[in-house]
Design a protein around this ligand. Structure first.
Ligand code: GAF
Length: 400
């Protein structure tokens, strides 16, 4: 069964809970074309939604409990009060065993909605989850899980204002808040926005300060190009501190430079001169130039110069490797080998230290490029990488 088969998920729900679900909702994972570690610096990002994602079958319950099950963790049933102040809710969050930690995303989402949605009181629900995203590949399965849960709960409990196009920005902020307050990951707003706001065939140019966004056509197929996702099979938990350290370094640099966020640095040479710490100088260099690259990439896409995006992706990768220092060997090798085999360019995507890289390649070189990467991994004795041709799909929605 695939997650895009809502009827099969509804049938599995009926079997698990001995009642039919009231609906099935789905939220996608994402690939970010460019604009990495710019979101929490109030900058620009350019993600698009994948066809792969997370589906949630759900039904209300009147005992104030959220019960979460997943087809990918058949032996786990998590039950927590929706009220985050209930002692049982706090106990679960503080003591849940590792194999149940994934349930903090739907639980945290329910808790935040319960706390902050004033238009409708969010109550209990039974959820059955199914995901068809590559696990641990850095394609934002956690944001997809939060967003699918958020859509389901808002619709079940009548929070219609958050479901309207104008409300989805706020919903993204609430999902992000769940990740900050309950999961402990100080993420930016990109992943939740991508999952909730993207449209098929487009990337989302998001100004993370104003929240304003525009849909930018991403005509990969028409340009004879493919965006290949390379799951490097090297994984890293972002909750463990490296991501938070980078964020703190950026905030420290902004403070020393006397700006609200690194987005406000207008004179890069002067800013670099003003900072004594070489680490902070490298972080600033990345964020400022990456914001410029996002704007330039949007210009290229609008001008129909899609192939030229490749050089921009590679420049982003080198900056993430050398200035932000969050790349990893699997991504570096994938980008180098892809270019040698005729790709236009490529880069690591997401938070860093593991996950996936993307490679922009002419359609007729996809096999050659993937084979070159596979062979390079084999020579090094690394686990075989997985490949996915990325397609820009629609954002979160109700399926049934
Ligand atoms: C992770 C975070 F969740 C995003 O907010 C973003 O900062 C990204 O890393 C890096 O661009 O996916």
């Amino acid at each position: 069964m695939t997650a895009s088969d809502p009827r099969a998920l509804a049938a599995a729900f009926t079997e698990a809970y001995r009642r039919a679900p009231e609906g099935v909702w789905r939220a996608p994972g994402r690939v970010n074309v460019i604009g990495e570690h710019t979101d929490y610096n109030d900058g620009f990002v350019l993600p698009f939604a994948l066809p792969q994602g997370v589906s949630v079958a759900a039904a209300r319950r009147d005992d104030g409990v959220l019960e979460v099950r997943s087809l990918q963790a058949a032996d786990t049933v998590v039950t927590v009060p929706v009220d985050p102040h209930a002692p049982e809710a706090r106990r679960w969050r503080d003591t849940a065993p590792q194999r149940e930690r994934w349930a903090a995303y739907p639980a945290g989402t329910a808790w935040v909605l319960r706390e902050h949605v004033t238009s409708a009181p969010i109550g209990g629900a039974s959820l059955l989850i199914d995901a068809d995203l590559l696990q641990g590949a850095g394609l934002s399965s956690s944001a997809a899980l939060e967003c699918a849960t958020a859509l389901a709960l808002c619709e079940l409990y009548g929070a219609a204002d958050l479901l309207a196009p104008a409300g989805r920005r706020e919903l993204a902020r609430l999902a992000q808040r769940a990740e900050h307050e309950y999961v402990g990951m100080p993420c930016g707003i990109m992943d939740q926005s991508a999952s909730l706001l993207c449209t098929a065939g487009h990337a989302l140019m998001l100004d993370c300060r104003s929240g304003l966004s525009t849909q930018v056509p991403l005509p990969l197929e028409d340009s004879g190009l493919r965006l290949l996702v390379v799951d490097t099979r090297m994984h890293h938990e972002l909750v463990d501190g490296d991501y938070g350290r980078r964020r703190a370094e950026c905030e420290r640099a902004a403070e020393l430079l006397g700006v609200a966020a690194l987005r406000d640095v207008k004179d890069l040479p002067a800013a670099l001169k003003a900072l004594n710490d070489p680490v902070l100088r490298r972080r600033v260099q990345h964020v400022v130039t990456e914001n410029h690259r996002v704007e330039a990439a949007v210009g290229l896409l609008r001008a129909g110069a899609t192939a030229e995006l490749g050089a921009m992706l590679t420049a982003s990768h080198l900056s993430l490797r050398d200035q932000f220092e969050i790349s990893w060997p699997g991504a570096d090798v994938a980008v180098e080998e892809a270019q040698r085999a005729g790709a236009r360019g490529g880069r690591m995507v997401g938070g860093g230290f593991g996950g996936s890289a993307i490679v922009l390649t002419p359609a007729d070189r996809v096999d050659r490029v993937s084979e070159a990467i596979r062979a390079a991994y084999e020579r090094r004795g690394w686990e075989e990488p997985r490949f996915l041709t990325a397609v820009a799909a629609d954002g979160a929605r109700r399926l049934l």
